[in-house]
Design a protein around this ligand. Structure first.
Ligand SMILES: [Zn+2]
Length: 336
C-alpha cells in the first residue's frame, strides 16, 4: 500500500452481510431478548425489503444454554472458535458447544474464508460496572473502530470504551472472529440470569446505531478520521487463594469494586481478605482495571483485568463503489 494520505479516505469493501448474535452465553439476557425481538421484526414483511442492500442475520448462538439459563452446558462456547477446534478431529461424544460452534461457523463463516459474513456483532453482558464496551481482538480494524467512534458520538452520555484483547501471536477464540470484521458488545452491570431495562435499552440503542452506521457506510458516506482511546489487555489477576483448598481467601476491595476503568496505581487497595486485611496492588506500573469481580470469571481464575490505555489515530474511510469492487475483483483474478 502507498503512503497513507491523511486526507484521502481508505477504501474498504462494503458490508453486505451483517450478523447480530445474542445468547452466546445463555444467561446474559440483554442479548437473548434483543435477538428474539429482532427476529420478530424480521418475520414481519416489509415493503422496502428489496431496497435493503444489507442483509442482517440474527442468531441465538447457544439455544440450549439459553433454555437452561446457564452460561454454557458443557464448555464455554465463546472459547470454541479457534481454527483447531472448528476443523480438528472430535471425540466420540464431543461437547455440545463444540458442535454448535461448528454449526455457527458453517452459518456465518467459514472463519477466515471469503464466504464469511462481513461483520459479526456478538452481544454480551457483564456483572462488572463497565458501561458499554467494544471488545475486539484487533486494534487496526478500521470498521470496528469507526463504528465505536460513531456510537460514542450518538450516545454521548453513555460511558463507552474500546477494549483490545489481542496479541499478534495468539489466535482469537471468540464467535466474533468468524466474521471478516467482528467485535463483542459487552454491557454492564447486569447480573447473569437477569434482564434490566436500562441495560437492555443501551444494547438496543447500540445495535441500532451500529446498523445505521453500516447503512451509511454502504451508501458511500465518508467517515472522518480521528482518534480512539483503546484499552489493551496487559494481564488478568486472580483472587488470592488457599494453597490447599484453592478456595478464594479475599474479595475485591470495596475501594475498587464498581470502579471499572479507573487507574489502579501501585499500592492501591486491591483485595480485602475474609479476615479483614487489605491487600494492595503490587505492580510497578499504573494500569486500568476492568472486568472487576465479573461473576462468570471466578471459574476462570480472574478477579479483574488490567489494561494500558493508548490513543490510536484512525484514518478516514469510505466504502468501495461497485466499479471499484469489480475492478479489484478483476485485478485479483489476474494475479492468481
Ligand atoms: Zn458473555
Amino acid at each position: 500500500m502507498s503512503q497513507m494520505d491523511v486526507d484521502e479516505p481508505v477504501c474498504l469493501p462494503r458490508l453486505s452481510r451483517v450478523a447480530v448474535c445474542g445468547g452466546t452465553h445463555g444467561n446474559e439476557l440483554s442479548g437473548v431478548y434483543l435477538v428474539r425481538e429482532l427476529l420478530k421484526l424480521q418475520r414481519r414483511p416489509s415493503e422496502d425489503d428489496d431496497e435493503e442492500p444489507t442483509s442482517l442475520l440474527t442468531v441465538l448462538s447457544n439455544p440450549r444454554a439459553v433454555q437452561q439459563g446457564r452460561r454454557y452446558t458443557d464448555t464455554d462456547l465463546n472459547r470454541c472458535f479457534t481454527l483447531a477446534t472448528l476443523n480438528g478431529p472430535t471425540s466420540d461424544s464431543p461437547p455440545y458447544e463444540i458442535l454448535r460452534a461448528r454449526e455457527l461457523n458453517a452459518m456465518l463463516g467459514p472463519k477466515g474464508g471469503p464466504g464469511a459474513v462481513d461483520l459479526v456483532c456478538d452481544l454480551h453482558n457483564t456483572t462488572a460496572n463497565m458501561g458499554l464496551c467494544f471488545i475486539a481482538y484487533s486494534d487496526c480494524d478500521w470498521i470496528c473502530l469507526h463504528i465505536f467512534k460513531y456510537l460514542q458520538r450518538q450516545m454521548p452520555d453513555v460511558p463507552m470504551r474500546f477494549v483490545h484483547l489481542g496479541s499478534s501471536e495468539k489466535e482469537s477464540y471468540s464467535l466474533d472472529s468468524v466474521g471478516k470484521h467482528g467485535f463483542a458488545m459487552e454491557i454492564g452491570p447486569q447480573p447473569h440470569g437477569v434482564v434490566r431495562s436500562d441495560i437492555y435499552g443501551l444494547m438496543n440503542a447500540g445495535v441500532q446505531h451500529m446498523l445505521d452506521w453500516v447503512r451509511l457506510f454502504n451508501s458511500g458516506a465518508v467517515f472522518e478520521g480521528g482518534f480512539v482511546d483503546v484499552f489493551t489487555l496487559v494481564k488478568n489477576i486472580d483472587y488470592p487463594r488457599d494453597e490447599k483448598t484453592h478456595n478464594i481467601t479475599a474479595a475485591v476491595h470495596s475501594h475498587l469494586q464498581d470502579r471499572d476503568f479507573c487507574l489502579l496505581r501501585p499500592h492501591d487497595p486491591l483485595f480485602q481478605t475474609f479476615s479483614g486485611e487489605t491487600l494492595r496492588y503490587s505492580g510497578s506500573e499504573p494500569l486500568y482495571a476492568f472486568f472487576i469481580n465479573e461473576g462468570s470469571y471466578y471459574e476462570k481464575g480472574i478477579a479483574l483485568s488490567l489494561a494500558r490505555k493508548r490513543r490510536l489515530v484512525i484514518p478516514a474511510i469510505r466504502a468501495q463503489t461497485e466499479e471499484e469492487e469489480q475492478a479489484r475483483g478483476f485485478t485479483s483474478e489476474e494475479e492468481e
